[in-house]
Design a protein around this ligand. Sequence first.
Ligand SMILES: *[C@@H]1O[C@H](CO)[C@@H](O)[C@H](O)[C@H]1NC(C)=O
Ligand SMILES: *[C@@H]1O[C@H](CO)[C@@H](O)[C@H](O)[C@H]1NC(C)=O
Length: 181
Amino acid sequence: MSPKFCSLLFILLVIISSFINPSQSRKYQKHKPCKRLVLYMHDVMFDGHNTANATDAIIANPTKLSSYKFGEFAVYDDPVTVDDNLLSPPVARAQGFYFYDMKTTYNAWLAVSLVFNSTEHKGTITFLGADMMDDATRDIPVVGGTGDFFMTRGIATVSTDLFQGASYFRLKMDVKLYECY
Ligand SMILES: *[C@@H]1O[C@H](CO)[C@@H](O)[C@H](O)[C@H]1NC(C)=O
Ligand SMILES: *[C@@H]1O[C@H](CO)[C@@H](O)[C@H](O)[C@H]1NC(C)=O
């Protein structure tokens, strides 16, 4: 074969193989969100007096099994904003519960439904799972949705944006949806 023919054949093979093996590009597509929302949830703990402002109440006290609040159970109805200001107009509510479930460190099991009821979005996005609070960011699976988020799935990357002891914390939620209908 002439060298010219060889190099032509090589180029042709490269082009063909890029069509035969599309797994790389498909993988890339699969990991590109079809929708992404960056939101903040603001959690004001009920201290027995702040009924007007509190959005989170402990409904079961921790057990004596460990010193990391093991067994403490809380229910919340938190405002959700697009920036980190508690007083910004809420775009959704974050409703759900969490309980502490690790003996050797603070670790919660978190269940959140983001409830949207505005002209921009109507519907819910639900994510739940282990919230390993020692990690700077935690990936929590989005298991479903309704309305504008019908049958969605994805990952909510959660980080503790601010933690003020037992009175207030703010979670940043980077919600990446990979299934949109
Ligand atoms: C509730 O929040 C508002 C606004 O931040 C504040 O002015 C008020 O003092 C708070 N009330 C209570 C009971 O904490
Ligand atoms: C949603 O918003 C509408 C219009 O403001 C209101 O009538 C309705 O009660 C709201 N639904 C919920 C679940 O908050």
